[in-house]
Design a protein around this ligand. Sequence first.
Ligand code: DOR
Ligand code: ZN
Ligand code: ZN
Length: 436
Amino acid sequence: MSSYVIRGARLLGNDPVDIAFADGVITGIGTGLDGDEVIDGTGLVTLPGLVDLHTHVREPGREDAETVLTGSQAAARGGFTCVHAMANTSPVADTAGVVEQVWRLGREGGYCDVQPVGAVTVGLQGTQLAELGAMADSAAGVKVFSDDGKCVSDAVLMRRALEYVKAFDGVIAQHAQEPRLTEGAQMNEGPLSGELGLVGWPAVAEEAIIARDVLLAEHVGSRLHVCHLSTRGSVEIIRWAKSRGIDVTAEVTPHHLLLSDDLVRSYDPIYKVNPPLRSNDDVEAVRDGLADGTIDIVATDHAPHPMEDKECEWSAAAFGMLGLETALSVVQQTMVDTGRLTWEQVAQKMSATPAEIGRVANQGRPLAVGEPANIVLVDPAATRTIDARDTASLSRNNPYAGLTLPGEVVATFLRGRPTVRDRVLVTPLSTEGASA
Ligand code: DOR
Ligand code: ZN
Ligand code: ZN
């Protein structure tokens, strides 16, 4: 394998320095370093490979929308070296067999590590616990369990799931949506939903489940993760829970950091997502929550859908938007360029902490000698006008199309092998490395 040196890039956005790596491992950080291949890092920022705790690949079942391979390629283009693949596939990832298949497809692709998320309940049906232990014991080593797309709304099942995963240090990632309060819901409940005549999805339907779940997590002494927080009240509940010492973590998506419900005026289903885009006040609150540490991480909720499921009338359209290839740019625009986060904090919230929550040992590691060479090189001065066709994803449901966003991924390295080079996806030289 070639050895590389990235010369003069700003490590975690701090001072320029050289970073050298060979055989998948960082071998030097300093000045005047050498390697077989030299990359000019002038003006660029070096971050650890990003880790997404919330990605939807559609394999098995909807390979027309996304496969493990194309999702991995989109991830690499976005600077990710690891993604967690949600369980709402077809068949559902509720057995050791399915999670092992997804895990293996990720390793074979070689673009990024794909850590399967196991379903909490059989078939996401919300009635019977899935084989959590068998998935944890499988080759995929599942630590994160979620019925995402659906809420584990039964309090007894949620309690049992929280108790069960304690044995192997697992975590339940909850899609917080009280089902009765959101029957037929189409958009954020507020003055606009009334005006547009669309059934509202009230903030309380998210907040009530989060409040219940943090109390359950406290009661049974388990670890809880809350997916895609989207309201001011949710941020306040998590802040309260953390102040009580409850073991809870929370994520926000790039789209909830940037976009708000006034976009729904267009009736363009590209903006239809679950939980829905919220008010500008909620957007402010999630930005503040991410900046002050109440919200631990950014996770994409990358949700590919084929054209026919998005280019139709609003109420018939699928929920979800792409996110992997634009996440870092949206975070730069909303959090870094506004002075709310440093790049070092971005590395924490998009790499170290998501890996820690998912208990992925060899990802999200610090950029230091002896550590795996999972590295992303970013050009923060670049701007790009987003083109929905310019994607590795099989889907085109990109809500940022036409917007000009800052920042571009110049290179991504997975265990020292380039998956993106000179801003372009490259074929990994080998698919070896599954055990690293
Ligand atoms: O918008 C969403 N899309 N929210 C979810 O919870 C599920 C996801 C999907 O699978 O498309
Ligand atoms: Zn969800
Ligand atoms: Zn999701």
